[in-house]
Design a protein around this ligand. Sequence first.
Ligand code: AMP
Length: 418
Amino acid sequence: MEEARSFDALGLSDARRTAIQALGWVTPTPIQWKAIPPALEGRDVVGIAQTGTGKTGAFMIASLERIREGEGLQVLILCPTRELALQVAEDAKELATGTGFRVGDVVGGVGYGPQIEALKKGYEIVTATPGRFNDHVDRGNVDLSRLRILILDEADRMLDMGFRPQIESVLRKSPKGRQTMLFSATMPNGVHALALQITKDPAWVEATPSGTTAEGIEEVVYTVRPDNKPELLVRLLRDPSWNQVLVFTRTKAGAEVLRGRLQREGIHVDSLHADRPMQQRTKALERFAAGEVTVLVATDVAQRGLDVEGISHVVNYDVPLDPEDYVHRIGRTGRAGAIGTAITFVTGGDLGQLKSIELRLGRTLERRSVPEFDYAGTSGEQKDRDRNPHSRSGRRIGTRSVGELTDEELAALLDHSR
Ligand code: AMP
């Protein structure tokens, strides 16, 4: 079966095959191969697939085969972020080449006018963020009566962001006989329950086992002292193979500080985070995609839906707080089989967080270091912490752990820390 994996074997229309060819896609990705046949039959689909696996193609190719021009809004794709909604709309337009299908995007942070027009004119395909879409539903701008296919993209993220009420509201107002597809990078209980609730006898398809990252990604941890992080990054960026680098920081302020620092080093850099107006965010993405800037410093807001081909390196400048975010962040590189490298900077204080990530992945990440920047060097903070009997994270007296203390010592420690 694997040998026969081809777009021809999926029995698609000529228009679709031409559009796929124009995109340069030769072979369906595993998720496309598994999800397109049941979706073409009109079955509900639950897909476990992260961004980078070709999941957008999976649901869009099948959807485009099942709708008709001029019959109003028939495909609605709900996405967690504006960036993802705009990206999915772009993919939909490309896959719809050669047809008269109109694709609209309905996202927050921009004017209502063009969105109302797309909705009133009955664009066949709409990608949307749940909040703004619901606004339009409440204002009576949307006719959902002919909706044939409802797709929840990155369902885990949408629930994390608190969009459940908006999703349920759309579900209540859309026709009962519709086809529903839910795609999610992970399948925690909440998403699983939602999938069972909103789909009927779905085909369950999985791109890669949950919790693993896309194939073709080399993952490395660099141990580093916190104050040496900028130098380490600058050093690594000198390697010419680091030609399109996405760097994640934990905070918006951190992103700006790092951007300034890299700029002073003469590195072509831009930033992407929620404090920048939509227009500037779009511009930053365009410049990055066009290769005008080598480095894009972003916060987690940008991690999903950011679809730039050829990202060579993803750097977790700060360790992600949630292990799920690790999986999503590094899904930005190594897309659709390309080779990419994901680097995570880990300080002595991040070791617990690193452990959580490794437990989540079920494997250990390779450690590397540049000796003069490593925390295990002479003034490493780990050593400082071990020397400090009252350090919170160390939880040690001298070299003994809490469990080894006598009752008196424990009482003294607790007394001290009050
Ligand atoms: P997605 O997971 O939908 O965000 O897609 C990840 C990337 O893979 C996008 O840049 C797509 O254009 C690309 N892609 C999707 N399907 C294929 C395919 N069958 N062959 C090559 N590239 C693909």
